[in-house]
Ligand binder design. Structure first.
Ligand code: NAD
Ligand code: UFG
Length: 372
C-alpha cells in the first residue's frame, strides 16, 4: 500500500470556528456528525469532482482521507489540493476493489462519513468493456460497503448520475422520474445505487444518492480541472481543447432536434457548486438504514450552441465548429428539477454558464496539456 501522509495542520477541538462551513448553507456540520473531528473517507479523491470536493471539505474544517488508484488521475493533483486549501489530505493509493486494504484504511482513520466518487464514467467505453464497468462501479461499491461494515461510518454519499434516467419523457427531471438507463455505464450506476440502498438498510448508516447532471468548469484558480484521457467525449472539454489549439474544430452532434436552435439542451453545473453540494450533504440529517435520492443540477438548460457561444466569449475567440450527424443515444432535452436539493440539502447552485466557461478556460489555458 503506497501511503502518502502529507503534513497537515491539526485543528483544535476547542476551536469550533475552524470547522464551520464557509458556503453558508450547510448548518452546523460538527454537531450533526458523531465525533468532534469530522473525518470523511473520499474515494476517487484525485479525480475531477473528487479533487474539487476535497478542497471544499478542507475549507470547511473536515479531515479528509482520500483513496484513489490513479486510473484516471494524476498524483500531482494532491499537491495542488494542498496548495489551494492550505493543508493536505491524508491519502492512500489503492484500488477500491481491494477490500482488505480499504478495511485497513477505515480501521486506521475511523471516518464517520464516506463520499464515494471512485468509478469509471465513459459511456462509450462502457459499451466496449462492460465487465470493467461492472467490476469497478458495482464490484468496487460492494467492496467499499464491505470495508465499512461495523465501522463508525454513519453517512454514505454516492456519486450517481442523471444518466440513470436515460431519455426522460418529461423535463424537468425529478427524483420520481422513471429510471431507464440506456448504457452499461448507466446500468452500473443504478445497480450501485440499489446495492447501497439494500446494504445500508440493515446498518446504522444513512445514504444520500446524488444524481449529477453535467459537471463542467474548474476551480477559479485554474490550478485544478478536468483532464480527460485521449479525445474528450464531452462537450466542454472538447470545446476548450479546440480553443487551446489541441483540436481543429468541435463536431456538434445534430442541429435538427426539437429545440429552439435545433441542438440538444443539458443542465451544466459548475464543479465547485457540485463540490459544495457534497459539503451540504454532509450536514444533512439522514436516517439510519435509509437512503434518499437527490438531483444536483442548476435547473437551467443550455443548448450546445449556447455553450459554444459562451465558451467563445470566455476565450475571446469563437470556437470553431461544424454540424455533423446526431450522436446515437443523445436525448434532446435534459435538465433537473432542483426543488428537492433545495429542500433536503438546503443547497442551490449559484454559478452560471458564463462562470463555468470562464473557469474552465482558465484551467485549460494555464494547463493546455492538462496535468502533463
Ligand atoms: P474521474 O475519472 O475524474 O474521477 C474518478 C476517480 O476514481 C479517478 O481519480 C480514478 O483514478 C479513480 N478510480 C477509478 N477506478 C478506481 C478504482 N478501482 N479504485 C480506486 N480509484 C479508482 O471522474 P469524475 O468526473 O470525478 O466522476 C466522479 C464520479 O462521479 C464517478 O463515479 C462518476 O460516475 C460520477 N459522475 C460523473 C459525472 C461527470 O460528468 N463527470 C456525471 C455524473 C456522475
Ligand atoms: N456534444 C457535441 N459534441 C461533442 C460532445 C458533445 O455536440 O463533441 C453534445 C452532445 O451531443 C450533447 C451535449 O453536447 O447534446 C452534451 O454532451 P456531453 O457528452 O457533454 O454530455 P451528455 O449529456 O451526453 O452526458 C454526460 C455523460 C453521462 C452523464 C451526463 C450527466 O456522458 O454519462 O453527462 O452527468 F450522465
Amino acid at each position: 500500500m503506497r501511503r502518502c501522509r502529507k503534513k497537515r495542520q491539526h485543528r483544535t477541538k476547542n476551536n469550533p470556528s475552524d470547522a464551520m462551513p464557509k458556503c453558508g448553507n450547510t448548518g452546523d456540520i460538527v454537531d450533526q456528525m458523531s465525533g468532534n473531528q469530522p473525518r470523511v473517507l473520499v474515494t476517487g479523491a484525485a479525480g475531477y469532482i473528487g479533487s474539487h470536493t476535497c478542497i471544499e471539505l478542507l475549507g470547511n474544517g473536515f479531515e479528509v482521507i482520500g483513496v484513489d488508484n490513479f486510473d484516471n488521475s494524476e498524483p500531482v493533483v494532491l499537491d495542488r489540493i494542498a496548495e489551494l486549501a492550505g493543508r493536505a489530505i491524508d491519502f492512500v493509493e489503492l484500488d477500491i476493489r481491494d477490500t482488505d486494504k480499504l478495511r485497513a484504511v477505515v480501521a486506521e482513520y475511523q471516518p464517520t462519513a464516506v463520499i464515494h466518487f471512485a468509478g469509471l464514467k465513459a459511456v462509450g467505453e462502457s459499451v466496449e468493456k462492460p465487465h470493467r464497468y461492472w467490476s469497478v462501479n458495482v464490484g468496487g461499491t460492494l467492496s467499499l460497503l464491505d470495508a465499512i461494515d461495523g465501522s463508525a461510518v454513519e453517512r454514505f454519499i454516492f456519486s450517481s448520475s442523471c444518466t440513470v434516467y436515460g431519455d426522460p419523457a418529461n423535463v424537468p427531471v425529478t427524483e420520481e422520474t422513471k429510471v431507464a438507463p440506456i448504457s452499461p455505464y448507466g446500468r452500473t450506476k443504478l445497480a450501485a445505487e440499489q446495492a447501497i440502498i439494500d446494504c445500508l438498510s440493515t446498518r446504522d448508516c444513512g445514504g444520500l444518492l446524488l444524481r449529477y447532471f453535467n459537471p463542467v468548469g474548474a476551480h477559479p484558480s485554474g490550478r485544478i480541472g478536468e483532464d480527460p484521457v485521449g479525445i474528450p467525449n464531452n462537450l466542454m472539454p472538447f470545446a476548450m481543447q479546440v480553443a487551446v489549439g489541441r483540436r481543429a474544430a468541435l463536431s456538434i452532434f445534430g442541429n435538427d432536434y426539437d429545440t429552439p436552435d435545433g441542438t440538444c439542451i443539458r443542465d451544466y453545473i459548475h464543479v465547485v457548486d457540485l463540490a459544495l453540494g457534497h459539503v451540504a450533504a454532509l450536514s444533512t440529517a439522514t436516517t439510519a438504514g435509509e437512503c434518499d435520492v437527490v438531483n444536483l443540477g442548476t435547473g437551467t438548460g443550455s443548448s450546445v450552441l449556447e455553450v459554444v457561444q459562451a465558451a467563445g466569449d470566455a476565450v475571446g475567440t469563437p470556437i470553431a465548429f461544424e454540424i455533423v450527424d446526431r450522436r446515437a443515444g443523445d436525448a434532446a432535452v435534459v435538465y433537473s428539477d432542483t426543488s428537492k436539493a433545495r429542500e433536503v440539502l438546503g443547497w442551490t447552485a449559484t454559478r452560471d454558464i458564463g462562470d463555468m466557461c470562464r473557469d474552465h478556460w482558465l484551467w485549460q489555458s494555464q494547463n493546455p496539456d492538462g496535468y502533463n
